[in-house]
Design a protein around this ligand. Structure first.
Ligand code: GDP
Ligand code: ZN
Length: 312
């Protein structure tokens, strides 16, 4: 029978079967998926096939279907192994606020580039719009202009005043989604507004986090009452890590990627090269300077910098 993995607790996996059963499953034998050296063979979000164990209510996973995408975390030791946090994510929402806490374009751009690298569609949510000053509203509009022109959907939300929660729900319906953003932007509040039944869980996690207790937590997927799933990654507080090859970063900036073929050099980094279509576009205001700035920082920044940025 087919199902989707909603939780992993070491050697057992909760599988939400297509007949509606929630079945505890184990793995049979060794699973290796081509191309990834991961510490966990099966991840939350994986679509699997399983068989019920004879005379029992438990099951054995015998097939893992190909993942559309997945996000990873590096293992702590120096081996090349990665831990797959979650897979088959339809939308990654990034929650931002202009000033409470402040969100830099650099943070947004790194997130978006990471989502592109993972092949996960991203949507930007501006939260707390009920409390923006006129100046903050203006900044928000400028950012929205930039991101919508590139093709990213932006939604203005107030999680506490219940503004546009329906729009977010509409995008979540029937999909597997996750929320990221700096601590304090209102992730828990928004998730609670979307699905009050998840209230307890998120509140507990953020409380734990604030007290600085570091508990080992795993990603978990929750079914939404209006259809679809939300992936919660407590304790991870981020969006995984991509080791960017400087030469590839521009491919994850869609508006740069489009111009790539017009640069004189096929391997143009768009930094010091002459006759660069990307630099021309920045000069002509066709590419936002803030985007170019984020790009240059990513190309020149070291990996450690990058990680710090994505995990805060
Ligand atoms: P998290 O760390 O991202 O989970 O953030 P929380 O959900 O804990 O929210 C942080 C603070 O922001 C809380 O005091 C919330 O009440 C407040 N907050 C969340 N959403 C909004 C909003 O839309 N408007 C206003 N004014 N405050 C909000
Ligand atoms: Zn170029």
């Amino acid at each position: 029978m087919k199902g989707v993995v909603t939780k992993s607790t070491g050697s057992w996996y909760h599988v939400y079967a297509e007949n509606g059963d929630m079945v505890d499953c184990r793995l049979k034998g060794k699973f290796r998926i081509k191309g990834i050296k991961s510490t966990n063979p099966v991840a939350v979000g994986d679509h699997v096939n399983f068989e019920y164990e004879e005379g029992k209510e438990t099951g054995v996973i015998n097939q893992i279907f190909q993942r559309n995408n997945y996000i990873i975390r590096k293992s702590v030791n120096l081996s090349k192994q990665v831990h797959i946090i979650a897979s088959n994510i339809d939308t990654a929402f990034i929650l931002v606020t202009i000033d409470s806490p402040p969100t830099s374009p650099g943070f947004i751009d790194r997130f978006l580039a990471t989502a592109e690298a993972y092949s996960i569609p991203a949507v930007i949510i501006f939260n707390k719009i009920d409390m923006y000053t006129p100046q903050e509203l203006k900044i928000k509009e400028e950012l929205e202009d930039i991101y919508t022109s590139i093709g990213y959907k932006c939604i203005d939300v107030s999680a506490t005043k219940n503004i546009n929660i329906d729009k977010v729900k509409e995008l979540m319906k029937g999909k597997t989604t996750m929320f990221s953003g700096h601590s304090g932007v209102g992730k828990s509040t928004l998730v609670n507004a979307i699905e009050p039944a998840l209230n307890l869980k998120t509140a507990e996690v953020s409380k734990q986090h604030k007290q600085g207790q570091h508990t080992t937590t795993f990603a978990e997927m929750f079914e939404l009452s209006f259809g679809g799933f939300i992936i919660d990654t407590p304790g991870i507080k981020g969006f995984g890590v991509v080791d960017f090859d400087p030469q590839q970063i521009a491919d994850y900036f869609p508006e740069f990627f489009k111009l790539k073929s017009k640069c004189k050099f096929h391997n143009c980094l768009h930094i010091n090269e002459p006759n660069c279509a990307v630099k021309d576009a920045v000069e002509n205001d066709e590419i936002a300077f803030s985007r170019y700035n984020s790009y240059v920082q990513m190309v020149e920044g070291d990996e450690e910098n990058y990680r710090t940025a994505i995990y805060t």
